[in-house]
Every structure is written in structure tokens, then in C-alpha cells.
Design a protein around this ligand. Structure first.
Ligand SMILES: NC(=O)c1ccc[n+]([C@@H]2O[C@H](COP(=O)([O-])OP(=O)(O)OC[C@H]3O[C@@H](n4cnc5c(N)ncnc54)[C@H](OP(=O)(O)O)[C@@H]3O)[C@@H](O)[C@H]2O)c1
Length: 172
């Protein structure tokens, strides 16, 4: 928690830890995208520069804060920062301005790895598949995280796989 605002990671992870392949996600999960949209709507998103560039367009209704080491990076409609710490601080500032209680870290692998030690909550969509990929999210330890909520989601018409959606909170 930073200044009363929760730092929340949202990730979709396959059984083998894969979260991405060649700048994309190796699955189609429409149900999960809808849940992601509902969860994050109106709240600030912090992401790595590579993840931003995987989006065909900005996600509506959510401020985008993008982390890059490139001081010249400019992209219309996004706040650009030079470190994860600066990204979270900006996310916290914007969350307060918006009157919401969380900032969401939405990837990718590089940013998740750095944010995990400071995250308060994890929303992990566990995907029942083990595709090849080049980007991963670590396995989390039951010593550090307690399950708050768990929901089995069968594959819908526009989902490649069944998933289990789990919310974890860091143990006190
Ligand atoms: N399954 C999921 O839930 C999910 C979610 C999001 C993304 N993804 C996937 O993840 C993949 C992208 O992840 P990625 O690990 O390659 O990249 P990423 O984490 O999205 O972005 C990495 C970039 O962020 C910047 N960066 C990272 N740490 C920084 C720091 N401490 N200070 C300043 N800048 C920093 C650097 O940008 P510069 O190079 O510009 O300096 C770095 O190249 C894609 O395949 C995407 O589809 C999956």
C-alpha cells in the first residue's frame, strides 16, 4: 500500500507460467477481457512500454502510465515516467484524484517481476493450458499470499480455455 492506495497486479498466466509470446498473448479469452475491463474501469493503469505497444489503441476510461528508460518517449494520451517507482507514485496520485482505492499494474513480464515485491493484491487468471511463450510470471508462494476469492470459469464460446480466476492478498 502506498499512501492508502492498494497496488494491484492483474495477470493471465498459463500453467507453465507463460503470459506472452512475440509481443502478444497466445490465447483468446473474451470472458477474461470483460472481467479485466470491469475491474480496472476508471482506475489508473501502470504498464511497461512494451505492453503499451501491444495495444491496438488505448483502453478507454482508464489513465495509462507508461514506464520506459527512453527519456524521449512520447505517446498521446499517456503519462510517461522513467521508473516503476515513479509510475506507482503517479498512479497513486491519479487514484486519489479520481477517488479510487487502487492502482493496477497490468504488465508485462518485466514490470510484473519488479512490482511483485510491493503489490498488495494479485488478480491472477490461471489458464488451463501450457502454450509456448517468451514472457512469464513467477509462481507465487502460499507463504506470502492468501486466497481471498476463487472462481472457476468454464470456456465460453469466445474463450480458448477454461480458467480459474483467483484474488490473493499479501499475508500480514
Ligand atoms: N498475460 C497477461 O496478463 C499479460 C499482460 C500484459 C502483457 N503481457 C505480455 O507481456 C509481453 C510484454 O512484456 P515484457 O516483459 O516484454 O515487457 P514490459 O514489461 O511490458 O515492458 C518492458 C519495458 O518497460 C520499460 N521498463 C521496465 N522496467 C523499467 C524500469 N525499472 N525503469 C524504466 N523503464 C522500465 C522498458 O522500456 P524501454 O525499453 O522503452 O526503456 C522495458 O523495455 C507481451 O507479450 C504482452 O502480450 C501479458
Amino acid at each position: 500500500m502506498i499512501d492508502g492506495i492498494d497496488v494491484v497486479i492483474v495477470v493471465a498466466r498459463a500453467r507453465n507460467g507463460v503470459i506472452g509470446r512475440e509481443g502478444d498473448m497466445p490465447w483468446r479469452l473474451s470472458t477474461d477481457l470483460k472481467r479485466f475491463k470491469a475491474l480496472t474501469m476508471g482506475k489508473p493503469l501502470v504498464m511497461g512500454r512494451k505492453t503499451l505497444e501491444t495495444f491496438p489503441k488505448l483502453l478507454p476510461g482508464r489513465p495509462h502510465i507508461v514506464v520506459t528508460r527512453n527519456a524521449d518517449y512520447v505517446r498521446e494520451g499517456v503519462t510517461v515516467v522513467g521508473s516503476l517507482e515513479a509510475g506507482l507514485a503517479e498512479g497513486v496520485r491519479q487514484a486519489k484524484e479520481l477517488g479510487v482505492d487502487a492502482v493496477f499494474v497490468v504488465g508485462g513480464g518485466d514490470i510484473y517481476r519488479q512490482a511483485l515485491p510491493v503489490a498488495d493484491r494479485l488478480h491472477i487468471t490461471h489458464i488451463d493450458a501450457a502454450p509456448e511463450g517468451d514472457t512469464t510470471f513467477p509462481a507465487i508462494s502460499a507463504e506470502d499470499w492468501v486466497t481471498e476469492e476463487e472462481l472457476a470459469v468454464p470456456a465460453g464460446e469466445r474463450d480458448d480455455h477454461a480458467t480459474v480466476y483467483t484474488v490473493y492478498r499479501r499475508r500480514a
